[in-house]
Design a protein around this ligand. Structure first.
Ligand code: DX5
Ligand code: ZN
Length: 221
């Protein structure tokens, strides 16, 4: 079940001193906003948390897609919801049994999704695809923006697409990391629905033009 492709700029590549300005500049042209939350434990880097999400919520109506690169997502769902998140995605490597986190998300009326790192097979999340509104296939190792797309994950996206389509599930596939004008086409062909792009959008000379070019490729089917 293919949905129209959606573009989710990752604010990790924006200028944190001028986040509102950077988001405002692209907001009419994008579908959702990807917010990378890192705890310095699950990944080596630290990024942002609920206070920044609350500020974002106060300045944009865009869907806030919060990617939780944190070891203990269960403890943080409530403050993240209160801050104004629309959806959370949690790593299967952090919570091998995601049922309690999914249940908490449901209680809080947060969209819930699962993320797989490049070395993690799709079989790790296969039993949970049905309860996920989105599955995120990492196409870089999590923790940093600006890395190169790992093309080896394309067969994983294809496999996930087959699972979702064969069961007619409404689950979206998001691809995260290294998405640019060269990699977005192959990721779409493999079966992704939502495309996270940090560096290629926010570090472009003209971020709106960068989004438009990505969309032109995505609409070329
Ligand atoms: C990596 C993050 C990504 C990253 C994408 O840990 O999950 O969302 O910000 O940025 P680019 O597009 O620069 O790879
Ligand atoms: Zn991310």
């Amino acid at each position: 079940m293919r949905t129209p492709p959606r573009i989710a700029p990752s604010i990790l590549a924006a200028d944190f001193a001028h986040l509102g300005r950077d988001i405002e500049a692209i907001s009419d042209h994008v579908d959702l906003l990807h917010v990378d939350v890192m705890d310095g434990h699950f990944v080596p880097n630290i990024s942002l948390g609920p206070p920044v999400i609350a500020s974002l919520r106060g300045s944009t109506d865009l869907y806030l897609d919060c990617h939780l690169m944190i070891s203990d997502p269960l403890s943080y769902l409530e403050p993240i919801k209160q801050a104004g998140a629309d959806g959370v995605t949690v790593h299967i490597e952090a919570v091998p049994n995601p049922n309690p986190v999914a249940a908490e998300a449901r209680l809080l009326a947060l969209d819930f999704g699962l993320v797989v790192n490049p070395p993690t097979p799709i079989s790790a999340i296969e039993p949970y695809v049905e309860m996920a509104s989105m599955v995120v296939v990492m196409s870089v190792h999590p923790g940093y923006g600006g890395q190169s797309f790992i093309a080896d994950v394309l067969p994983k996206i294809e496999h996930l697409r087959e699972i979702i389509d064969s069961q007619a599930l409404p689950t979206d596939i998001e691809v995260d990391g290294g998405i640019d004008l060269r990699t977005v086409g192959p990721a779409r062909e493999a079966g992704a629905d939502v495309f996270v792009a940090g560096t290629s959008v926010f570090r472009a000379d003209d971020p709106v033009e960068a989004v438009k070019k990505l969309r032109t490729i995505l609409n070329r089917e």
